[in-house]
Design a protein around this ligand. Structure first.
Ligand code: MOS
Length: 692
């Protein structure tokens, strides 16, 4: 144990950045003050595949206030096309509808936008294909899926065991293309000073942006500085740089002496900031009559862009959730002329656990078992895939605690038995899980001065509370009150930090801070002289996986479904989570409830609709793409088991950013079934699926 004591950890401190944010004075990327700002408005392709034949820029160039019009003919050359997504304005090829094909830089945003409209583009269109279907003949197996997991796994003979099982469920579930849509749009401000580029950026990882941008431009890392102290959400979509970072930097090269500001519009974010792939998932469960699983088969089809692969790890949670001697998981991709899919809050677990946890509910009904009891009967003693012992598997405790708090006992499992006037009431449960990730390579430095400890690490706070929680961790690691810590984050001039992704941020950075504090105390004792310094990295072996270390949870939902209109109202929802020690209850609750709200949104609202003729997302705004708002959230609560997980991190904590969304949509879908007797396997659960 490296913490001197845990006084600050566990305290419900208010957000240290809260006042600045409420006052509107926290500088988000676009608002950073720069000399002589110029404004960029991008031009996007209106075909989904083909080539640009010509672009007439003359009318745009004549508009008062236009500084530059940039196309692939006039853009500076980039050095590396390792990321095709970042290979911006380098050729006449069009890979998806909405791709950047030009940019206008002007004295004001309005002029830039107006002039961008005046470009006349002629294309040589090629036949495009955005048809996402499970029956395609060109589906392929990627080498690995996201986070490096194997594409396929097999244990025993799953097909045979399934066919021989007493009870068999064989159903297909689907989830649509979904979009992250953080409140703050993706924004970047690019400034060149001779050979040095500064980006004020909205990102989950300043260092990742620096590294990718430097590589793309052929610069050394130290020639690029990324500054990102405040970020208005990301949910994965700001976990890596996107084309807009490169576009702003390219444009700034063309307008020397000017800072170029670019914020994507809400509509542009549908094609230029990543998305969650749609999925089609065939799920088969074979069990004995009393609900013991004999076979689990999970076969997933998802999309990737043709120009650059992204393979979501949708079937990965199925490898560890429940005991079964025979198991098969598969991922297959359709390579389409769509924007590149990317990370969106718990990629893999989120769509995969929707299918898996609804399938378990269906099996419980088929076996005449309570759905919690079915899960308890299939609790694996060890990680079924690796055979490793569990670090801290408390799924059953979460289910039981949730049942007690939610009032589950005495529930009639038969569906459609609780009408209240026009409304049908039902309840549902589902499990959650998320891996404990620690990423290697973060470094923290500590310097004592004027009675305070300066703690520096290039970490990100995308609204999660990093400013506050890292301060709490540093205080306990140094044995001082939080007021004695002066934290600096969000800048590549600070020591390297890994991404705020995979719910790994606090684990990885917090560990680096604890290691640096230990080194500091070893060198300087508890009465350090002014100027005393130390630094350290997240120690080797921090990512050790001798134990299967995962978080778990149980989500309970009660819905009211209008029998006439099919409207679904979530009456109440409770999540019980096992996530290690909670660093800050106030902020943790906000993370968990935020995830559950996003799961509610996924269950009932979110769906991008692709027009296959045009390769166009037709509902690309918040009128057409619904996201849950306050009015949808009536009674939502999250609690956790009291737990200290010293195996996972020296703080005893695991990450909490993503688990809240996992299983949430399944709990709601299961509640809708319980209310109505209708099993909706295609998200979102819109009224038309209930009334027809
Ligand atoms: Mo999360 S989708 O790994 O930022």
């Amino acid at each position: 144990m490296d913490l001197l004591e845990t006084r600050a950890i566990g305290a419900s401190l208010e957000r240290m950045d809260g006042r600045l944010k409420v006052m509107g004075t926290a500088p988000y990327a676009f608002e950073q003050r720069v000399d002589r700002p110029a404004y960029l408005h991008p031009v996007q392709s209106t075909i989904a595949r083909g080539r640009i034949h010509s672009i007439d820029t003359s009318a745009a160039g004549r508009v008062d206030g236009v500084i530059a019009v940039i196309t692939h003919w006039t853009a500076p050359r980039l050095a590396s096309d390792e990321s095709k997504e970042l290979w911006v304005l380098q050729s006449n090829e069009v890979h998806f509808r909405g791709q950047f094909i030009a940019a206008v830089v002007a004295e004001t945003l309005e002029v830039a936008r107006h002039a961008a409209d005046l470009l006349r583009v002629e294309y040589e269109p090629a036949a495009h294909d955005v048809g996402f279907r499970a029956g395609r003949e060109d589906l392929y197996a990627p080498k690995t899926v996201n986070a490096g997991y194997p594409t396929d796994t097999d244990q025993g003979d799953a097909e045979h065991a399934f066919n021989a099982a007493e009870v068999r469920m064989d159903e297909t579930y689907s989830t649509p293309m979904e979009h992250n849509h953080p409140m703050e749009p993706h924004s970047t401000v690019a400034v060149w000073e001779s050979e040095k580029l500064t980006l004020y950026d909205s990102t989950q990882s300043a260092h990742s942006v620096r590294n990718a941008v430097a590589k793309t431009f052929g610069l050394r890392g130290e020639q690029v500085r990324v500054i990102s102290p405040y970020v208005g959400g990301g949910f994965g979509s700001k976990g890596e740089p996107h084309a807009h970072n490169i576009l702003a930097a390219l444009a700034a090269l063309r307008v020397p002496g000017r800072a170029v500001k670019l914020a994507l519009t809400r509509q542009q974010m549908f094609t230029l900031a990543g998305h969650r792939t749609p999925t089609i998932q065939r799920f088969r469960l074979g069990a004995t009559r009393d609900g013991h699983l004999k076979a689990i088969i999970h076969e997933v089809v998802e999309q990737t862009s043709r120009f650059q692969e992204f393979a979501e790890q949708t079937a990965v949670p199925t490898r560890l959730m429940y005991a079964a001697p025979n198991r098969r998981t598969r991922h297959r991709l359709a390579a389409l002329d769509v924007p590149k899919p990317s990370w969106m809050r718990a990629p893999g677990e989120t769509p995969g656990m929707f299918a898996g946890e609804v399938a378990m509910d269906e099996l419980a009904a088929a076996c005449g078992l309570d759905p919690i009891e079915l899960r308890v009967r299939n609790e694996p003693e060890r990680d079924p895939e690796s055979g490793h012992p569990w670090g801290n598997r408390h799924l059953v405790a979460c289910l039981r605690e949730g049942a007690r708090r939610f009032g589950w006992s005495g529930r009639d499992p038969r569906p459609g038995r609780r009408p209240e006037g026009d409304w049908l009431i039902g309840s549902g449960v589902a499990s959650s899980t998320y891996p404990r990730y620690v990423l290697m390579g973060s470094r923290a430095s500590i310097r004592f001065n004027d009675g305070r400890y300066g703690v520096r690490i290039g970490a990100a706070d995308l609204g999660t509370g990093t400013w506050t929680t890292l301060t709490q961790i540093a205080a306990d690691a140094l044995g001082c009150p939080p007021e004695s810590i002066r934290l600096e984050i969000g800048d590549t001039d600070l020591p390297n930090a890994t991404v705020a992704g995979g719910s790994s941020g606090m684990s990885s950075w917090g560990w680096a801070i604890v290691a640096a504090a230990r080194e500091f105390r070893r060198r300087h004792g508890s009465r350090p002289p002014s100027g005393a310094e130390a630094s350290a990295e997240t120690p080797e072996g921090a990512d050790d996986e001798t134990f299967a270390q995962h978080s778990f949870g149980a989500q309970f939902a009660e819905v009211r479904v209008n029998a006439q209109t099919g409207e679904v109202r979530l009456a109440r929802m409770l999540g019980v989570f096992s996530v290690g020690r909670i660093i800050n209850p106030r902020l943790a609750r906000s993370q968990l409830i935020g995830g559950m709200t996003m799961g509610l949104s996924m269950a009932l609202h979110e769906e991008a609709v692709m027009d296959e003729r045009l390769g166009h997302i037709v509902n690309h705004d918040f009128v057409g793409y619904h996201i849950a708002t306050n009015a949808d959230v009536i009674d939502l609560d999250a609690v956790w088991l009291e737990e200290v997980d010293d195996r996972s991190t020296p703080m005893g904590s695991r990450g909490i950013g993503e688990i809240g969304i996992v299983g949430a949509a399944a709990a709601i879908a299961n509640a809708v079934y319980h209310a109505t007797g209708r099993r909706v396997r295609q998200l979102p659960i819109t009224p038309d699926k209930l009334v027809t």
